[in-house]
Write a protein that binds this ligand. Structure first.
Ligand SMILES: Nc1nc2c(ncn2[C@@H]2O[C@H](COP(=O)(O)OP(=O)(O)OP(=O)(O)O)[C@@H](O)[C@H]2O)c(=O)[nH]1
Ligand SMILES: [Mg+2]
Length: 349
């Protein structure tokens, strides 16, 4: 049997708390009124209830709630599928093919429908609608937002869940900006939890022959940017991978990054993550106010609809895409033509 204590300002409130927490089968063992305050003299009267429930009942309640949730999801999915099938039936053959392709790529059904309805509104070419769709998706995805360090020092931070590709992406960018564009690049790592993480970036900095500094806290970070890397064109900051549901870690990161010196923050999202995880990641990292999104590991996915879903829901500009493990080659600016090719891939055959 599980026994718990509940306190509230009225009996009704407190019983409500008991029922919400333990469910309707809870048994009330004791109730009492007491005053809070100095020796109970001047305080307000509060109610305390000791309630209990059989452990099995708690388990049952939880299972029932989960069953209801999964049934609800199932009904919602069936209803979305039914509406989508109905919509598909109203479409001429050539548009139905495009609509189904978008759905197969994992574009959310409401968004696929909006895109196709947009084509109909704009009097698409019935014989060859594909170029119309390309144009529409191009407008939707928008201009890419790569790093521009042509005027003054640009300080850029990379954030994202563990193993998403932050350090590798930084190495690719550092190499490209140094070797191809002749920029003076400096690296900072704030990932000081694991020695291996520092070593990983150190190897790249040695190969590219650029400095790597280690920032253990917010003050270090400020000092390195202000003094050690003064006059550099581009400063790239690596951070420790955060579990997206660890609010304390994300809070620490917020404090570390609360610097006016930081010009832009890129959140990295891997294209091989499940859609609902992508949502959780973006929602939890949004407290760090990212400016742009990098899509990583496009080579490890076979459906790219999420890049449209992310755009529709959060509207961050895309800066880069990464397409493999090779440093420095497997990165490119997130230009619309490339992204469209990923999404519409199978339609060109
Ligand atoms: N296939 C593929 N692998 C990649 C890509 N980008 C990075 N990786 C690999 O993913 C793994 C993790 O990359 P890291 O750069 O260490 O990831 P991280 O985000 O810095 O990881 P933590 O620092 O542990 O949070 C490495 O094996 C990389 O080579 C990519 O675009 N495609
Ligand atoms: Mg790393």
């Amino acid at each position: 049997m599980k026994v718990k204590k509940y306190v509230g300002s009225t009996m009704q409130d407190t019983i409500f708390k008991v029922k919400t927490d333990l469910g309707p089968d809870a048994i009330i063992l004791n109730t009492r009124k007491f005053k809070k305050g100095l020796f109970g003299l001047f305080g307000k009267t509060n109610v305390e209830i000791i309630a209990a429930i059989e452990e099995d009942k708690i388990k049952e309640e939880k299972e029932t709630r989960e069953e209801i949730k999964s049934l609800k999801n199932m009904i919602e999915n069936m209803s979305a599928q039914w509406q989508s099938d109905n919509f598909a039936r109203t479409l001429p053959e050539e548009l139905r093919r495009l609509y189904q392709h978008l759905n197969n790529q994992g574009v959310e059904k409401a968004l696929s429908r909006k895109i196709i309805e947009g084509l109909i509104d704009e009097n698409y070419d019935r014989v060859n609608p594909l170029p119309f769709l390309e144009e529409k998706l191009g407008d939707f995805i928008g201009e890419p937002a790569p790093i521009n360090c042509d005027s003054g020092t640009r300080v850029v931070t990379f954030i994202g869940p563990t193993g998403i590709g932050k350090t590798t992406t930084i190495a690719k960018l550092a190499a490209n900006f140094t070797l191809d564009e002749g920029k003076k690049v400096g690296l900072i790592t704030a990932d000081t939890y694991r020695i291996a993480a520092i070593q990983q970036l150190k190897i790249y900095s040695d190969i590219i022959n650029i400095p790597l500094h280690i920032a253990y806290n917010r003050d270090d970070l400020g000092k390195i940017i202000r003094e050690d890397l003064k006059g550099y064109d581009l400063i790239l900051i690596d951070t420790a991978g955060n579990s997206w549901n660890d609010k304390i870690q994300i809070g620490r990161m917020k404090e570390l990054l609360s610097h006016d010196y930081i010009d832009e923050i890129h959140l990295i999202i891997s294209m091989n993550m499940k859609s609902h995880i992508i949502d959780e990641v973006i929602n939890s990292f949004s407290t760090l106010n990212p400016d742009k999104i990098i899509l990583s590991k496009l080579d490890e996915s076979d459906s790219y609809g999420d890049l449209l879903n992310i755009k529709e829901k959060y509207n961050y500009p895309y800066s880069y895409i990464t397409t493999g493990q090779d440093v420095p080659d497997d990165i490119q600016i997130a230009d619309r033509a490339s992204l469209i090719k990923y999404i519409l891939g199978g339609l060109y055959e």
